[in-house]
Every structure is written in C-alpha cells, then in structure tokens.
Design a protein around this ligand. Structure first.
Ligand code: SF4
Length: 175
C-alpha cells in the first residue's frame, strides 16, 4: 500500500471515530439508554408497531420507544415535547408506569425503570412496587368511573377541554 492508500486509511479511520462520537452524543442528548431500540411508536423504525395489551388490567398503550439493554432488560422511554419541570409530572410518571406494566405482561420481564425524556432533560423513574400499586389503584378508579352515571371533571385546564373530542357533548367543559 502506497502513501495514498495509507492516508485514505487514516481519513476513513478518523471519519469512523467522528461518526461514532456523534452518534454517542446524540444518544446521550436524547435520553435513550444504550442498547438496541426494539420498538418504536414514531413510525421511523417499525411503522407497523402495534399497541401493547394487558387484558387482565384492561390496559393498552404504545410507548414511544422500548430499548433492550445489553443484559436483555427492557426500558420504556416516553418522549414529551415540552420543557422539563423540576420533577416529572405525576401523570407522566403514571403513564410511564403503565408502559412498565405492559412490558412486564408482554415481554415477561419487569423493567427496573423507565425514562421520561422532556425537550431539555430526561428523568429515569424507578418502577417500584409502590408506583405499581399507585397505578393499579388509578386503573381500578378509572374502570369504576367507566360505569358510573356521572363523573366529575378532575382538572381546571381550559386548554385540555378546548382540545377534547368530547367537548360538544360534555356538560362540564371549560372551553
Ligand atoms: S370537555 Fe369535558 S370530557 Fe373533555 S376534557 Fe373538558 S371536562 Fe373533560
């Protein structure tokens, strides 16, 4: 191999290192943990991804990502478009807990944690027994509500009502 071949080899090596550093930086900024992305709700990698179901809990959902780590464990990741609050919103934590439960049922392994990725910051949330119990309590409450004659509005969010598909028939709408 002549000098040209040697130079070409060095350039290719440097380009490979640069690409690797760039992708590592992107991954760190995205909050997605290291590992293989095995499921995506974004339509980018798996456009036909189906929702996950847990019939025993009457629960269904589609996490933004499921990431399989080197040890085989699975981490659900939920991406939020807004800026990060000081602590993740309770609703977002419970949503992530629901995805952890769906992973447990559908993949036969309980995630140790999930990740909420806001625009500027990611939070790892442990899927503890206490969090699972909070989720199950909430699910029980919601299922009871399904059969109740009247259910009171549980928020004062004008924007939420304005975007709601039930607004035209809802007696408690704010907008
Ligand atoms: S319009 Fe009614 S159902 Fe919809 S968010 Fe508002 S209160 Fe809830």
């Amino acid at each position: 191999m002549g000098t040209t071949g040697l130079l070409l080899g060095v350039v290719l090596f440097l380009l490979t290192i640069g690409a690797w550093l760039w992708s590592r930086d992107r991954r760190e900024k995205s909050g997605v943990p290291e590992g293989e992305i095995i499921y995506a709700d974004t339509g980018t990698w798996f456009p036909n991804a189906q929702p996950l179901y847990a019939p025993a809990y009457k629960l269904a959902g589609k996490p933004d990502y499921l990431v399989q780590q080197g040890d085989g464990s699975i981490v659900p990741v939920e991406v939020k478009s807004g800026r990060a609050p000081a602590d993740p919103h309770e609703g977002h934590v419970l949503q992530l807990a629901a995805y952890c439960l769906l992973v447990t049922v559908n993949y036969g392994q309980r995630p140790s944690h999930g990740i909420i990725q806001y625009q500027d910051r990611a939070f790892a949330v442990d899927f503890t027994i206490d969090l699972e119990e909070d989720l199950l309590d909430l699910l029980a409450e919601m299922h009871e509500g399904l059969f109740a004659r009247d259910v009171d509005r549980d928020h004062n969010d004008w924007n939420r009502c304005q975007r709601c598909g039930m607004r035209s028939v809802c007696a408690q709408r704010l907008a």
